[in-house]
Structures are given as C-alpha cells and as structure tokens.
Unconditional design. Structure first.
Length: 283
C-alpha cells in the first residue's frame, strides 16, 4: 500500500543564509484530491474539507522556509534574498528565536514532515525574523500576514486540543496582526516603507486579493481586535476603518473592478462598524 504523502522534500539542498546549514525544503504536493476547497471566511481564509484518503490537510503550514538549525524563517521568496546587514542581526537573535519557539512548542523538528505544531511555529519564527529584515522585503506587512496566519493555525490547534489555551495564543497573534497591518498602511502612506516587496498579499494561499485585501483585513482587525477601553479612541479608529472601506470598495455604486469574493464581506463589516458607532454615540 502506497504512503499517503501530502508533502515532499526537495532533492536539491538549500543553504541557510544566516548559519550556512544545509537542509531540504518541504513543500505541499498538489493534486490527487489532497485539497477539497470549501467556503471563504470573513477573514478571507479558505476552508478545506477533509478527504477520505488524506484526512485533514493544512496548506498554510508549508509557505514558510525554516532553517532547522538556527530557526531563521521567512516566506520562500525572501529566504535567499537576505542582506549582509540582515544576516548579522539575525545571527545575534538566534537565541531569541530558539527560546520563543521552546516556550510554546516541544520537540519541533523541521527535518521531518510538518504537523500543525511545526506549521504554527514557522509563522512565529518568521514574524520574529522579519523584525530584523530591511525595508526592501516590506517586513511590516509580512509580520502582519504571518501573525494572522499564526492566529488561524492556533485556532486549529485549539480545535484539536480543546482547553489547551491555544485560543488565548490565537488572540495574541490577532492583536499583533492588527498592529502590523495598521502600521504597514501608515508606513506606506508616509513613504517610510513601501509595499513593493510584496508579491502576494494573500491573506491565504489560494488567491491574491492585492491591496484591497490589505485594506479590508486591516479594517476588519481594527473592528474585531482594536482597543475598546477609551470610547473616543475607539470611535475614531472605527470611523477611519469605515471611511477606508467605503473609499476602496465603492459602496453604493457598481464595483465590478473590485475583488468579488470579498465585496460582500466588506459590506457586512461596514454595516457592523456602523452599528457599533451608533451604539457609541448613544452611550
């Protein structure tokens, strides 16, 4: 009986730019009924149905390259494009990455096929690694993207390990994602950091929703995870999110040039923000 593989390791070894260790990069195999696409969540995450042959498959656990030795991690396209200045800082931060991964996960092993633990940890490690990357790779946005995906996978871990506190960790990653998405937009608007280093805005792996996707996710995260203690600050943040959504998605007129799958989600978010603003005004 043949083994039911969902991933493979490249025969050509990769070399870590930070520690020079050689390893084989893992990628998801395509086809064969491994992925059965389901619905799209309001966070633009694609749901996948378990197959009879392969069971539950998580395509999100593979897009990050992780060095098994020093735990430097990044999206595949950025791994080899690491400057000398980045390398020096990443070498000094090796202990930080190893310590952080050890706090959350036991027995991580990137020489073997990944499971949810390695997949989730890969985004934690990438978020930390992008702290030390130059603006040419648009690190702020990618810290937000990696934090968002880590939150999703923590939710999957909670589903498989109920009452394990992964929901708490997911909430922390959601809040980090909200912070970095907002900062990425601010830095792009001010010219402090461009988004030219982003080839795929995701947020999932099945479709690139481009800049409209970034705008939508930033507004949604602000609505769901932004500060709530100060009503005035909350109202100001929600108003900014509402105005941004209305400008980008053109509510009230034809939006044929906008990403269709997210237009309805954007309208629903706009209405929910409006409702909370009404409540804040009445209080």
């Amino acid at each position: 009986m043949s083994e039911k593989k969902v991933s493979f390791f490249h025969k050509q070894p990769s070399t870590c730019p930070v520690c020079d260790a050689e390893f084989s990069r893992e990628e998801l195999l395509s086809g064969g009924g491994r992925l059965i696409a389901g619905s799209l969540t309001p966070e633009l995450r694609r749901q996948y149905e378990p197959s009879n042959k392969y069971g539950e498959v998580w395509p999100l656990i593979y897009p990050i390259t992780v060095c098994p030795n020093c735990l430097f991690a990044s999206l595949h396209g950025d791994f080899d494009d690491t400057s000398d200045a980045d390398i020096a800082s990443l070498q000094q931060a090796t202990g930080e990455r190893q310590h952080a991964a050890g706090l959350l996960f036991d027995d991580l092993d990137y020489f073997r096929p990944r499971n949810l633990n390695e997949g989730t940890a890969s985004y934690l490690l990438a978020t930390m690694s992008y702290d030390y990357r130059g603006e040419v790779v648009s690190p702020t946005f990618k810290r937000g993207l990696c934090s968002l995906r880590a939150a999703w996978l923590c939710g999957d871990l909670e589903r498989h390990e109920p009452d394990s506190n992964w929901s708490y960790v997911a909430d922390l990653f959601y809040r980090k994602a909200r912070f970095f998405y907002s900062m990425a937009m601010e830095r792009e608007e001010s010219g402090e950091e461009t988004l030219q280093g982003v080839s795929n805005f995701g947020p999932d792996t099945d479709q690139n929703y481009a800049f409209e996707g970034l705008i939508y996710i930033a507004a949604l995260l602000e609505f769901r995870f932004g500060p709530r203690r100060d009503p005035e600050r909350r109202a100001a943040a929600l108003n900014r999110a509402k105005i941004t959504l209305s400008k980008v998605f053109g509510f009230g007129r034809a939006s044929r040039d906008k990403p269709g799958p997210i237009l309805e989600h954007a309208r629903e978010s706009f209405a929910a923000i409006d409702e909370e603003l009404d409540q804040l005004r009445a209080s």
